[in-house]
Design a protein around this ligand. Structure first.
Ligand code: COA
Length: 315
């Protein structure tokens, strides 16, 4: 599904924030209790450590609060909040309700579950609501994957971590910063990566890997085409942080050098809906984003879902 054309009302990213739990689990920690090794994990995934702890609501609140401060935005000015998560703290209500209460927001708030593609889904949904009249939208991606990961299963325990990231979107006249997007889903592949209610993540790793590379490429190209751009125009690729080898394979096929990608994977592991805003925030903090830069966000995950967004950075 793609956007029909430039909207009369666009959005600008006016602030962002991130949150990670304090506790770190290194590859050495995992080596000590599982039949695995630092070398295997590093070579096969690129992950060296991950952060674990807290609740989805706590992490989302912390990241959102930081984003509001950065945007110099009061709680009262937020007209909608969209929280992407597949690890809600409760079956109901939505975790967005707890975050809204903690932040003292007086607006509509809801969860979106598109697994690791969730943040980009929420971003596009937020931009759509801005086009429909919401003047300020808070978009958050937060997951506590450690809660749904079997810590005795070496095939998944090494991969996932916890965290949150948030952006504040302001409605602006004209097309704004979101130049193109692509959202997709193929529910016939949902068996590849799943967790029952109250259960742990089960995954066909090799097949997820193979499909992830394909959908990253196709979705990136679809969003770029909608924006009237090509991969050559991308100044910074912010991919879902699942596996360095997936990112390398997609970059090679897209013709985007790895030096032009944002990465926090070695420090965070796969934080699902938090991974893209964490990597975006890290790149911004490192001064890797300049006014006018073309930034391509691309996510993929359980569903199977995928999602891309092309942003022109800066006011
Ligand atoms: N430590 C050591 N050995 C491990 C291991 C671990 N943590 N996990 C699996 N292995 C073993 C396997 O048992 C297998 O052993 P065998 O050859 O004796 O049967 C061997 O390593 C190779 O396993 P395989 O699954 O073929 O490895 P792989 O190269 O496909 O890498 C993943 C496994 C999970 C890292 C990789 O498939 C992957 O990243 N897939 C995508 C997962 C993902 O991103 N999920 C989230 C999407 S949002």
């Amino acid at each position: 599904m793609t956007l029909p054309g430039p909207a009369a009302t666009g959005v600008a990213v006016v602030g962002w924030g991130v949150a990670l739990p304090d506790a770190t689990v290194t590859n050495a920690d995992l080596e000590a209790r599982l039949d695995t090794s630092d070398r295997w994990i590093t070579e096969r995934t690129g992950i060296r450590e991950r952060r674990v702890g807290g609740t989805t609501g706590e992490l989302a609140t912390a990241a959102a609060r930081q984003a509001l401060v950065a945007a110099e935005a009061s709680s009262g000015s937020v007209e909608l909040m969209v929280l992407a998560t597949s690890t809600p703290d409760q079956q109901l209500p939505a975790t967005a309700s707890a975050v809204q209460d903690a932040l003292g927001l007086g607006c509509g708030a809801f969860d979106v579950n598109a697994a690791c593609s969730g943040f980009v889904y929420a971003l596009v949904a937020g931009a759509g609501m801005a086009a429909m009249g919401a003047r300020r939208v808070l978009v958050v991606g937060a997951d506590v994957m450690s809660r749904v990961t079997d810590q005795q299963d070496r095939s998944t325990a090494v991969l996932f971590g916890d965290g949150a990231g948030a952006v504040v979107l302001d409605a602006v006249e004209g097309p704004g910063q979101l130049l193109g997007w692509d959202l997709g889903s193929d529910g016939s592949l949902r068996h590849l990566l799943q967790a029952d209610v109250g259960g742990y993540v089960r995954m066909e790793g090799k097949e997820v890997f193979r499909r992830a590379v394909r959908v990253m490429i196709d979705s990136s190209e679809a969003a770029l085409a909608r924006a009237g751009l090509s991969a050559d125009d991308v100044d910074l690729l912010v991919p879902h942080q699942a596996n360095t080898r997936i990112i390398e394979a997609a970059c090679e096929r897209l013709g985007i050098p790895m030096a032009r990608t944002a990465s926090v994977l070695d420090r965070t592991g796969n934080t699902s809906a938090a991974s893209i805003p964490l990597a975006l925030g890290d790149a911004a903090a490192a001064g890797r984003l300049s006014k006018g830069d073309i930034v391509l966000l691309v996510g993929f995950g359980a569903g199977m879902t995928w999602a891309s967004a092309v942003l022109r950075w800066g006011p």
